[in-house]
Design a protein around this ligand. Sequence first.
Ligand SMILES: [Zn+2]
Length: 411
Amino acid sequence: MSVSDRSEAQRAWRRLEALAACTDEPGRITRLAFSPALKRANALVLGWMREIGMTASIDPAGNVVGRYEGLSVDAPTIMLGSHLDTVRDGGRYDGPLGVIAGLAVVERLASASRRLPAAIEIVGFADEEGTRFGGSVLGSMAMAGIVPPDWPARVDIDGVSAGKAVIAFGLDPARISEASRRQKAPLAYVELHIEQGPILEGRDAALGCVTGIAGALRAKVTVSGKAGHAGTVPMDMRADSLVAASECILAVERVAKQFQCIATVGQIRCHPNATNVIAGSVTFSLDIRSLEDGSKSAAVADIVRAFAAIAENRRLRVETEVTSNTDATLCDARLTGIIRDVLAEIGPTVVELPSGAGHDGLNMAHIAPIAMIFVRCKDGLSHHPDESITIDDLAIGIDALSATCTMAAAG
Ligand SMILES: [Zn+2]
C-alpha cells in the first residue's frame, strides 16, 4: 500500500477547514440542504475537482459529482463520497471527510498520471442530515431514483417548501428524477465517515470496517392512567402514568440488552406536567436499532409484552404506535473483504462494527454494492462543534480509501 505524504493530508485538512467556513450561521457550522452555505461549499468542491483534472458538475438534485476516467471509456465506475450538508451547529468532519478523502485519492492518481480499470466518481450529497425537510435524505435518494413524490411539498421551519428551496438553489424540482443513476449504476459505492461513536477510540484503532447499517424502528408510546392530587390519592390506589412509564423504560433497556439491540427513549412528556399532580398520561419516544432484523422484531415483541404486563399490573393502558421501521442494510461482502485486508495492513487488529446511524449508503444500496470505512473521532462525538479527528487518522483514512478503491477497481 502506498503511504500518503504529510502534504497530502495537510491539503485535505485545509480543504475541510475551508468547507467549515461555509456556514449559514456565523460562529457555528450550519450548512443546511439547498442553503446559500451549501451552494458555496458545492462551488469549492467543484473547483477542487476541476483543479485536479476531473470533469465536474452539480447534478439535478444539487449533488456535486466529479469524474476521473478509467483506463477505457467504457470502464465501470467506483463512487466515493459522502454528504456536504450538516446539522445545525454541527462539526467539520461528519460528511465532508468522505468527499475530501475521495478527492485526495483521485489527486494521488492524477499527480502520478495513473488510471485504474474503473473510473472514479466523487460525490458530495446535498441533503443527508434531513435537518431542513423533516428527515429526508434527498441527495442519495435522487441518485438511487427513489425520491418520495411528496418531497417538493415538504416545508422547513420557515415555511419554505423543498421545491422552492431547490429553485432558489438554481435547480428545477421537476428534473430531480434526472439525477437517478439506475441506468448508469456504479460498480461500488464506498464512503469514509467519522464513526459517531466511541468504539474505535476504545479499541485504539484509527479505522474500522463497517459491517452494515442498522435498521431502525421508531415508535410513540402512550401510557394512560389517572391524574389526581399529589397529596390525597393513596399510593395503592394510583394509576400513575409516570411511574408506569419509568417501569416501561427500564423494560426497554433490559430487553434491548438481552437481544443485543440498541434502544433509546430520548423524549418524554407528562400531562399534566406539574409538581403536585399525579401524571394522567405520559408519552415517550422509542428508538430500537439492530443489524439483525430478526433480533429487532423479537425485541420489539418482547417490549410490547412487557408493556402489557406493566399496564395490567398498574391498571392503566400502554399503547405503542410504530411511526417508522426500516430494515438493516448489509455492506457488500466483497468490498468489506477488501477493506478488512486493507485495514489488516495498517494495524494489528481489524475492528469490524455496525453503523447505528443512517447514511447515504442506505439509499445507494438500492443501485450498487456499498461499503463504509469509519474513522475514529474524539470522544465518539458527532453532530457537534467539538467533533474532532487527528491529521494522522486523516492520512491513514486516505491511504485506506485509496487502497480499497484500487483493489475494488481491479475486480
Ligand atoms: Zn454523516
